[in-house]
Write a protein that binds this ligand. Structure first.
Ligand SMILES: Nc1ncnc2c1ncn2[C@@H]1O[C@H](COP(=O)(O)OP(=O)(O)OP(=O)(O)O)[C@@H](O)[C@H]1O
Ligand SMILES: [Mg+2]
Length: 285
């Protein structure tokens, strides 16, 4: 029996007069690939925003590993093991691909600030900088500080390079993000999110703007992400991709859950068919 990893429990979120989520409940089980679908404006991204602490629900709660996330800040939720990508790409455009992934790794490391500031090759610190950062370093560093920093940094770099390779970007590790192609930027976002070592990885329309070949590659990548030990929650409009990769599907419409089940039953559900009638196919948009 699979264990419930994330539990969205009767969540309602109102923006003034608009109810973006109306008493929505669903679970994400450990190890599965679950798709969250629905027409534009259905509340999918809002649901991610509630789960990751950007918005607080008006009512209801989100549980992760049985613990309440409601009221926690986004960085606390990251540390607990939820990572996400954004519908519109949010990278650090002037940083290299490797540095962008290191920022993700840093979100989980214990000694983040010193590591991030003083060991990136492009921001190599002077001895004076190091003295400023750690005036007692001379005395205590040999005992705990620096050796732990160095070990964590080395591990972060190894993880970051491994993830760049995993998403197929190892050859552009040293390129600044803004020079990467759109498809590479989307995959870099995934690598950065994975660098936080999430139990649950939430992808918000990762295939937006992709051609069919890129979508097929992404489908394969999502499977490999799960096989690497992450649970995946996927928001996606492309039905071929959703049907090809998701093991279960939750459907939202106007902030309400209208279906929840395996791909075959969801595809044949009259409420789902009605919700999508008149929806432009994203491929044609
Ligand atoms: N910060 C906000 N303030 C006010 N209204 C918001 C806010 N965020 C989202 N909404 C509204 O909530 C509703 C759900 O939006 P949401 O972005 O979650 O939809 P979605 O399902 O992700 O749609 P899409 O497929 O177009 O990305 C929409 O009506 C949207 O306009
Ligand atoms: Mg959205």
């Amino acid at each position: 029996m699979s264990k419930a990893l994330l539990d969205v429990n009767h969540v309602t979120l109102k923006f003034g007069g608009l109810t973006a989520l109306n008493d929505v409940s669903f679970t994400v089980n450990e190890g599965e690939i679950l798709a969250l679908i629905g027409p534009n404006g259905a509340g999918k991204t809002t649901c991610f925003n509630v789960m990751t602490g950007l918005y607080q629900p008006t009512n209801g709660a989100v549980l992760f590993n049985g613990q309440r996330l409601t009221g926690r800040k986004p960085h606390q939720i990251t540390k607990r093991g939820i990572a996400r990508t954004f519908q519109s790409i949010r990278l650090f455009p002037e940083m290299t691909a490797l540095e962008n992934v290191l920022v993700g790794a840093d979100a989980r490391a214990k000694t983040s600030v010193v590591g991030a500031l003083f060991r990136f090759p492009r921001h190599r610190a002077t001895p004076a900088d190091r003295e400023f950062a750690n005036p007692f370093g001379k005395f205590i560093a040999p005992v705990f500080g620096v050796s732990r920093h160095r070990r964590e940094e080395r591990e972060s770099r190894e993880l970051a390079m491994d993830l760049l390779e995993f998403v197929g970007l190892e050859r552009v590790a040293g390129e600044v993000a803004r020079n990467l192609s759109y498809g590479h930027q989307r995959r870099l976002e995934i690598a950065r999110a994975m660098a936080t070592r999430p139990q649950l990885l939430c992808l918000d329309e990762p295939a937006a703007g992709f051609n069919p070949a890129e979508k097929a590659e992404l489908q394969e990548l999502i499977r490999r992400i799960r096989d690497r030990g992450h649970t995946v929650l996927l928001i996606e409009h492309d039905m071929r991709l959703v049907m090809g990769v998701a093991e279960r599907i939750v459907v939202l419409e106007f902030g309400q859950k209208i279906a929840d089940g395996d791909p075959t039953s969801v595809r044949e559900d009259p409420k789902v068919i009605a919700a999508y009638l008149g929806e432009p196919d994203d491929d044609d948009a």
